[in-house]
Design a binder for this molecule. Structure first.
Ligand code: ADP
Ligand code: ZN
Length: 641
């Protein structure tokens, strides 16, 4: 994602708004400071009596709030005294002390007057003083805390929505990211590799945005909404940005989940605000990522659990789309990875009536994507882009971008001057199955089991006609797995029943080897079994591969079954399905064991080599198992049997 570099947040910095707070704080400290300098010295009663009162130096006395006595000296008299430091504070009070009660204080004074035979007592004023600052603080503090909490909460919810630093004042506003396409780093169709058909489709949008008059002069209506459908990382965002870049129009990027907040009404007001912003900058493009977050079908079992908020947001979105005329110049692009869950109302004519399907890139497309992402890198001469593309079936554009970056990081870490093929291989492995975990402690006994398990997978697949081509076997723990076999899947659109069976068989090869060699099985086959079970159920219930069930499929492309609690078949059929699945898995397992029994010597050799080398590549495999009997290349697809 290139978001970080190119985003240009619309929101003004928050800092200016709270400057008054600092000013207040400063004033508070200044007041504290000055009162500290002016503050009188504390004095004990006996000292006061002996040194001040008895010598009749007091000008007057103030009793504050019936608890504090402040003494103001008579400045004329103290000038003749031997205490020059008292003169420093001419304004007084020079001393203070606290008293228990006014009565005892007065009594004490009277006794002193008697004792020293003073002609008259100093004048006493009783005053009440309010501590303004203390009072203000007392009621401001909770308020400040509440406000701070509020800020914190909103900035948190803002961050969860993908954008940081939200202010509570624009809570109801949308916070789209605006891309400045006039900058150097703008994205064009050149940045998008592959996706040729999709590019052709969006080309029309580009030309409309550039010259709307060309279409509207004939009375044509321009699409308002286009949905890009495809798995994550296939370049939906990239394509939308490229459209904006080609047409040189502003691009508002927002994620569907940002509309769905915890308060009712916020989503709708954000939609309104977003369209307002986009219209102000028309012609422009709004891109709503993850539109399924708001656009899921209403009233279905799933959405009943969630809130009405999403519904009102969706309604607002529909209203906005209906509201603006075809010639406003705002085009809404939206992305999702599931078009089937979207509300039908969203897909009606005049709304998102165009769908562009993006798929995982084919081999040639991957080649093109690699070329785009290799361009900025410094490469060694041994890089073979073709091999990279061939080795990454099932990878999305984002995965490929990730590999390129990862390879560069690996090379940099090793202080190389250029990125070598080896770094790309390692990056690919890492992205497929996680980091190598060299630190994981594996006992020799476990290592032996893992080696035989992986050798089992390898051997079985080697002798199966339809299994994928095996590249490499490893028993280095990575991510969650303890060992793995790397295959190079054939890219095809159709798979026959025989191919499915061979996959089941390969997946069971690990466990079969364990049973055959050790007479005991381990928990290491968990992932294999999970895969096998899912696939077998798919074969029986979706593809109609079971003779007993015949050509029926319980696959549901409309997504209705998944919401209903009832199964679409009878108890008897359910039982039959379970039996058929069991039969498939059992027969695949039997076949795997037969193959392993036939090639037991090779299995052992391979496992021992694995224990010794940890990673075994195709050449080693050929040395032990011989050339693969059924070469994958001359495999012909038979559809009807
Ligand atoms: P999506 O929105 O479909 O999840 P993105 O558009 O965000 O995927 O793609 C993520 C990144 O993957 C892009 O920024 C780009 O680097 C890379 N990428 C994906 N598809 C392509 C492609 N066809 N050509 C070049 N780069 C691609
Ligand atoms: Zn396994």
């Amino acid at each position: 994602m290139q978001k970080d570099k190119q985003e240009n947040n619309l929101k003004k910095p928050l800092g200016k708004k709270i400057n008054w707070f600092y000013i207040l704080l400063l004033a508070f400290f200044l007041i504290q400071f000055s009162t500290y300098w002016n503050s009188p010295e504390e004095i004990s009663w006996s000292k006061f009596e002996l040194e001040i009162l008895s010598k009749d130096l007091v000008g007057h006395i103030e009793v504050v709030n019936k608890e504090r006595v402040e003494v103001f000296l008579n400045s004329e008299k103290i000038a003749q005294e031997e205490h020059p430091e008292w003169l420093k504070k001419t304004r007084g009070p020079q001393f203070y002390f606290t008293i228990g009660s006014v009565e005892t204080f007065e009594n004490k004074l009277a006794s002193v007057q008697e004792k020293y035979q003073l002609s008259n007592l100093p004048e006493i004023k009783y005053i009440t003083r309010t501590n303004w600052i203390g009072n203000i603080l007392a009621w401001m503090l909770p308020l400040v805390i509440i406000v701070l909490l509020w800020y914190y909460m909103f900035s948190l919810s803002g961050r969860m929505g993908g954008r940081g630093g939200a202010s509570p004042f624009d809570f109801g506003k949308s916070r789209p990211t605006l891309f400045d396409q006039t900058k150097k780093n703008k994205i064009t169709f050149d940045n998008v590799a592959g996706l040729e058909e999709a590019k052709v489709e969006v080309q029309e949008i580009v030309s409309f945005l550039k010259d709307p008059g060309f279409y509207t002069r004939l009375g044509a209506k321009i699409p308002k909404g286009v949905i890009l459908v495809g798995p994550p990382g296939t370049g939906k965002t990239l394509l939308a940005k490229a459209v904006a870049g080609e047409a040189q129009v502003p691009f508002f990027h927002i994620s569907g989940s940002e509309f769905v907040e915890m308060f009712v009404g916020v989503g709708a007001s954000r939609v309104r605000d977003l369209f307002k912003k986009a219209k102000a900058k028309a012609p422009s493009i709004i891109f709503i990522d993850e539109i399924d977050a708001i656009g899921r079908a209403r009233g279905s079992a799933l959405s009943m659990r969630s809130n009405d908020e999403r519904e009102s947001t969706l309604n607002q979105l529909l209203a906005e789309m209906d509201g603006f005329g075809t010639n406003t110049g705002v085009i809404v692009l939206a992305a999702t990875n599931r078009a089937d869950v979207l509300d039908k109302a969203l897909l009606r004519p005049g709304r998102f009536d165009r769908h562009i399907y993006l798929e995982l890139p084919s081999r040639t497309e991957r080649l093109a994507i690699f070329k785009v992402h290799l361009k900025p890198l410094i490469l060694a001469s041994d890089i073979e882009v073709e091999v990279l593309a061939a080795q990454t079936p099932g990878f999305s554009g984002a995965d490929i971008a990730n590999i390129c970056n990862e390879a560069a990081l690996i090379a940099a870490r090793r202080k190389k001057d250029a990125i070598e093929m080896k770094d790309f291989m390692e990056a690919t492995d890492r992205i497929i199955s996680g980091l190598e975990k060299k630190s994981k402690i594996i006992s020799d006994e476990e290592k032996k089991i893992i080696a035989f398990h992986e050798a089992g997978h390898a051997t079985v697949s080697w002798f199966l006609e339809h299994a994928d081509e095996l590249m490499k076997v490893s028993i280095v723990p990575r991510g969650k797995s303890l060992g793995s076999a790397w295959y190079l899947p054939e890219e095809q659109q159709l798979y026959t029943r025989a191919q499915f069976m061979d996959r089941l068989c390969t997946a069971l090869g690990g466990r079969a080897a364990e049973e055959l060699v050790f007479g005991e099985v381990s928990s290491g086959a968990l992932d294999d079994l999970e895969k096998v079970t899912k696939q077998a159920y798919m074969m029986v219930t979706y593809y109609g591969f079971s003779d007993k069930l015949g050509n029926t499929s319980f696959y549901d492309s409309s997504g209705q079954y998944e919401q209903s609690l009832q199964k679409p078949y009878s108890e008897a059929t359910a039982e039959l399905i379970d039996l058929e699945v069991r039969r498939l898995v059992d027969s695949a397992y039997a076949k795997a064991k037969t193959i392993l029994a036939q090639h037991r010597k090779a299995l052992k050799e391979l496992a021992e080599l694995l224990i010794q080398k940890e990673v075994v590549v195709k050449e080693d495999l050929e040395a032990i198992l011989g050339k693969r009997p059924a070469s994958t290349n001359d495999k012909s697809l038979t559809i009807a049997s």
